[in-house]
Design a protein around this ligand. Structure first.
Ligand code: SF4
Length: 334
């Protein structure tokens, strides 16, 4: 970790405050200014779904925005993207993902406490209440332990959540941090009309205006050869911040609670321009598939985690009827 940023981000007297209404600092004159990218044709103007999450009772609409998760879905398997974003097929909650949500909530809420009281015992004490809140807001997660009447599996799951929370204290010191933002929803529209959106776990801003974007992962750090893929999400967020505020974040930081690692990257403007070009190319491919209805499955070992094998031709399944109009190349709507 860059101790100078840590020191700079530690703001005195911020205990117990709520996140400010102005999400990020005004541009620092020392920061590189944005340049305007080449304009492109605007994508479809169909009203956007709220998140692209699966399982909602809504009529299908063409996608109009991109988040890091959905961009990764398309890169992994276009058919998976279709199932999640267009068909919105329901997916079962998983223990790992639900624990991730719980741990994120605990780390976010811990910053409500005065700086000196942000201890590991206090953080762990937040777990039961945040688990209750999660069950209230997403009752489907209770299914995870429906077959666990004695509560043994639940106890082990909660104990693992405690271990993850505790490990965070060996990686960062929340008594010395005063985040500018937590769980910050960001959205920016590129000149092309493509809307990028996402939720950033934490934003630290130094008095000098330097911005650090932090994301918590409850899994393990990737091997070095896969680090670039892990940083894609962070560069995506950096691009959104740059487009919103014309500030290139000084540092991107991934905190892996599963393995106790911190992965950092200091982006430069050229990185963000590269990501923007990549996202435009990705979006073109998504638009093309949306129009044609041609969403190819791309089987990998990640299929083992896919909830949609029953609908996937690679596993002998049949996708549901395509719910959007199909436009054949060189023809009208068919
Ligand atoms: S099972 Fe694999 S190939 Fe099929 S939709 Fe899921 S991720 Fe894609």
């Amino acid at each position: 970790m860059d101790s100078s940023i840590d020191e700079a981000a530690a703001q005195p007297g911020g205990a117990g405050r709520t996140p400010p209404a102005t999400p990020l600092p005004t541009p620092d004159p020392a920061m590189p200014a944005a340049t305007e990218p080449a304009g492109k044709a605007a994508p479809g103007t169909v009203p956007a779904p709220a998140t692209g999450d699966a399982g909602e009772e809504r009529s299908a609409v063409a996608p109009t925005s991109l988040s890091p998760s959905r961009a990764s879905d398309f890169m992994q398997c276009p058919l998976l993207y279709r199932f999640r974003v267009i068909d919105r097929l329901p997916e079962k909650p998983s223990e790992a993902a639900t624990r991730g949500t719980l741990v994120h909530a605990v780390l976010e809420r811990l910053f409500d406490a005065p700086a000196g009281e942000r201890t590991a015992p206090r953080a762990k004490a937040l777990i039961p209440g945040q688990w209750d809140r999660l069950r209230e807001s997403r009752p489907e997660v209770t299914e995870l332990f429906a077959d666990d009447p004695e509560g043994e599996r639940l106890a082990g799951w909660l104990a693992e959540a405690e271990r993850l929370v505790e490990r965070w204290f060996s990686l960062e010191d929340p008594t010395r941090l005063e985040p500018a933002e937590r769980e910050l929803f960001v959205e920016a529209e590129l000149e092309s009309g493509l809307r990028l959106r996402g939720i950033i776990d934490r934003v630290d801003v130094a008095p000098t205006g330097e911005v650090r974007i932090v994301d918590y992962k409850t899994g393990k750090a990737p091997r070095p050869e896969y680090a670039e893929g892990a940083l894609f999400q962070m560069k995506f967020y950096a691009l959104v911040v740059w487009r919103l505020k014309r500030v290139v974040p000084r540092r991107l930081q991934l905190v892996y609670l599963g393995s106790g690692d911190v992965l950092t990257y200091d982006p430069v403007l050229a990185d963000l321009e590269r990501v923007e070009r990549k996202l435009h190319a990705l979006w073109e491919a998504i638009e093309q598939a949306t129009r044609s209805g041609d969403w190819r499955p791309r089987p990998t070992k990640l299929c083992g985690w896919c909830d949609h094998q029953a609908h996937c031709p690679e596993f002998g399944g049949t996708p549901p009827p395509y719910p959007l109009p199909v436009t054949a190349p060189g023809a009208g709507t068919v």
